[in-house]
Design a protein around this ligand. Structure first.
Ligand SMILES: [Zn+2]
Length: 96
């Protein structure tokens, strides 16, 4: 099994464009937790609506390759969580 998933972490600040100015508020929220859905680069902090999802449940929607890390509880950003919810709605799931 590869550990390619790390490649996903594209750094936004590549250094080139790193302005000296720290003045002014950037609109970009700096979180601590990244969404762990492959290809998603959003924050999954609680503050911004992130959730934690049991790995198995996330895999039901994205598949094991769609979840970039195998952790017990996968951090999801708000929009991924919404996606998940939508997916789940389409199925006649029994909520046990
Ligand atoms: Zn996400």
């Amino acid at each position: 099994m590869g550990f390619k998933s790390r490649a996903r972490k594209r750094r936004k600040e590549t250094g080139e464009d790193r302005g000296t100015s720290e003045g002014g508020e950037s609109e970009e929220y700096e979180g601590q937790i990244r969404c762990d859905i492959t290809g998603c680069d959003n924050w999954a902090d609680k503050k911004v609506g992130g959730r934690k999802m049991a790995y198995d449940r996330a895999v039901e929607v994205w598949g094991s390759s769609g979840v970039s890390r195998k952790v017990r509880r996968v951090p999801l950003c708000k929009s991924c969580y919404r996606t998940w919810k939508k997916e789940k709605k389409d199925e006649p799931t029994e909520w046990s």
